[in-house]
Design a protein around this ligand. Structure first.
Ligand code: PLP
Length: 412
């Protein structure tokens, strides 16, 4: 967190001045953080044939994606909508990979028509893909029987997960590949999101590589995303260097046994963008119950759903008084008509947080909201979404306009 004169700064610009200029609530992103995290990740994996696919579901704003494209990222897409936005960010189809679930034939036709690589999530999808694109190049997503993540909802490996083809279905995969004369050029897995233990990644990697040795003619193995960031004060950052070395060593040893140097793909989303984002909002209510002092703000789970959905922790600071002697315990509540709409909570309900004494008009910043913040937002309660601004080289500019009532749809 960048603080000057006790004020929160976003990319060198004072956060509360952004609210004065662009209104509240507001998503603000620091472009420098995105570049820094990308480079850090790239440099942590000493393997020459490395590709980093940005999982753009984390943040689909084309201006954010453009920053990652400039850094050399490829892009992981899961819908025609994401392809549309990735194209706006300047990604060409040869730099995209489509991995989704519950995939329709129309979606596959769309990807095949554009020349986007398709990664199949089920045996039936692989079979349908073969009918649509006989002789085509394809890869499959494997469920390696290992999962991890910050919450049950985002663990995507293991028997409770709907994703991928179970690792023991090698014969079935081969049969479908043979039936349609497909070229199986890659294997993929993604075991979950928000993982902070390097060993989890390596454990799953070994399962996938065990599967990989049963296929000839592979060109790549994709180990998915899922790298977590420290959301809570005191939480340790993942040892990226340690993780990167383990990945590179494990894969190099595999390639030696396989007899060919394959390409190594990863597809992180959160790691590159989470810490770049701030949801800025304004206090408009202070009230008390016998149990809590509630501080109400002008945003809610329609704009940031992670606390309500997963009980996720997001640090909150007062933009113009980051540090203050007089603190009080409060619950920061959103403006959506549901009791679950509080930002300081766990999976069970509100949790008091110590913050500087708050008054109406104070600007708060909810930190680490660059990933799965705006991209998971909605118009619930028929409220338009905030503007997004990107701060580059010390200058802020709007990268998505504040919605007005016309965004609520129905053609009015
Ligand atoms: C297939 C796939 N790849 C990559 C990711 C990115 O995960 P993360 O943002 O945790 O890195 C996801 C997230 O859900 C995913 O489903």
């Amino acid at each position: 967190m960048d603080v000057a004169g006790n004020r929160l700064m976003v990319g060198g610009v004072c956060a509360s001045s952004l609210v004065r200029e662009y209104g509240s609530p507001l998503y603000a992103y620091d472009e420098g953080v995105i570049r820094m995290r990308f480079r850090e990740l790239r440099d942590s994996i000493p393997f020459s044939k490395l590709r980093i696919y940005y999982a753009c579901k984390a943040n689909t704003n084309p201006h954010i994606m453009r920053v990652l494209r400039e850094e050399g990222a490829f892009v992981d897409v899961l819908s025609p909508g994401e392809v549309f936005l990735a194209e706006k960010a300047g990604f060409t189809p040869d730099r995209m990979m489509f991995t989704s679930t519950g995939v329709t034939d129309d979606e596959m036709r769309f990807m095949i028509g554009k020349g986007i690589h398709v990664n199949c999530d089920s045996l039936s999808q692989l079979d349908r893909y073969g009918s649509l694109n006989r002789g085509g190049r394809v890869s499959v997503r494997i469920n390696p029987d290992v999962g991890g993540g910050h919450h049950g909802h985002v663990i995507t490996g293991g028997p409770d997960s709907k994703f991928g083809i179970y690792f023991d279905k090698v014969d079935e995969i081969k049969e479908i590949v043979g039936k349609h004369d497909l070229k199986l050029v890659g294997l993929h897995h993604h075991i979950g999101s928000g993982i902070l233990e390097p060993e989890k990644f390596v454990m799953a990697m070994n399962v996938l590589l065990d599967v990989a040795k049963k296929f000839d003619n592979l060109e790549f193995v994709d180990f998915g995303g899922g790298i977590g960031i420290p959301y809570k004060p005191g939480q340790e950052r993942i040892g990226l260097k340690e993780l990167g070395s383990m990945i590179a060593e494990t894969f190099t040893a595999f390639c030696r046994r396989y007899g060919k140097e394959l390409m190594l793909f990863i597809e992180p989303g959160r790691y590159m963008v989470a810490e770049s984002g701030f949801l800025l909002c304004t206090v408009n209510t202070v009230k008390e119950t016998p149990k809590h002092r509630f501080v109400g703000v002008d945003t809610g789970f329609n704009h940031l759903v992670r606390p309500a959905m997963y009980g996720s922790y997001h640090e909150i600071v007062v933009a113009d008084r980051v540090d203050s002697a007089g603190k009080e315990k409060v619950v920061v509540a959103g403006n959506i008509c549901e009791s679950g709409d509080v930002f300081t909570r766990d999976e069970h309900g509100p949790v008091d947080r110590e913050l500087p004494k708050l008054r109406e008009g104070d600007v708060l910043a909810i930190l680490n909201t660059g990933a799965y913040g705006f991209s998971m937002s909605s118009n619930y309660n028929s409220r338009p979404r905030p503007a997004e601004v990107l701060v580059e080289d010390g200058k802020a500019r709007v990268i998505r306009k504040r919605e007005d009532l016309n965004y609520l749809g129905y053609g009015y």
